[in-house]
Design a protein. Structure first.
Length: 49
């Protein structure tokens, strides 16, 4: 997160599916890949009032 410096990792099987499709369409072997999202944490509304 750009506001805290926190790094959040995730795994999504759709990414592997996209990788495989790209390899097949372009007749290549992808050795490594990366995907970055940059964001900030949502502000929580104060519900104590």
């Amino acid at each position: 997160l750009t506001d805290t410096g926190e790094v959040m990792e995730f795994c999504d099987p759709r990414i592997q599916s996209i990788k495989k499709t790209i390899e097949e369409v372009f007749n290549i072997k992808i050795n490594t890949h990366s995907l970055y999202f940059y964001g900030t944490r949502n502000q929580e509304e104060n519900t104590n009032n």
